[in-house]
Design a protein around this ligand. Structure first.
Ligand code: MG
Length: 175
């Protein structure tokens, strides 16, 4: 059985508008058009996987229930369209190999879901997302939403206006 291709997506500032330490589902705003693009990609066989650093959990700024409620609201607004979610609650002062830019979450997903990392994509709004994708051997896109609007220098393979445009580019490339 051939390994599958995945699109790894950062959550805050990428799939939804940036909210610092988001702990309230009422503040969740998915990027317009992202849900439709994700559905089209899944119909073509892509796996869609969220990989998110959530140090607010370690800092006590977000409770596990709040984290889950925010995810649920985002998925509701996206109309589903996500195969799996991996999160890292590490405190930045004591990061493990799972906290982006380390590639641990991508390696974990690759094992769980039989993903071919070298033909997969990582999309995010921060240099650590691009670095994480590179560390895992994925292709990378930086989006200009969230913190991405402030990034002038990036070694991402593509820089896109937002996640919807990024996903549409992958649909067009077809690989
Ligand atoms: Mg982000």
């Amino acid at each position: 059985m051939p390994r599958r291709q995945a699109i790894f997506l950062d959550r805050d500032g990428t799939l939804m508008e940036e909210v610092n330490y988001c702990n309230d589902p009422a503040t969740v705003q998915a990027i317009p058009g992202a849900g439709e693009a994700l559905s089209l990609l899944r119909e073509q066989g892509w796996l869609t996987v969220i990989v998110t650093n959530q140090s607010g959990l370690a800092k006590g700024l977000i409770t596990p229930a709040q984290y889950e409620a925010v995810n649920a609201e985002l998925l509701r607004q996206l109309g589903g369209g996500i195969d799996a979610i991996y999160f890292c609650a590490d405190h930045p002062d004591q990061p493990t190999e799972r906290r982006k830019p380390q590639p641990g979450m991508l390696h974990e997903a690759a094992l769980d879901l039989e993903i071919d990392l070298s033909s997969s994509w990582m999309i995010g709004d921060k240099p650590i997302d691009v670095e994480c994708g590179r560390n895992a051997g994925c292709r990378t896109m930086l989006v200009r939403t969230g913190y991405g609007s402030a990034q002038s220098n990036t070694d991402a393979d593509f820089v896109m206006k937002d996640v919807t445009e990024a996903l549409q580019r992958i649909l067009t490339l077809g690989e």
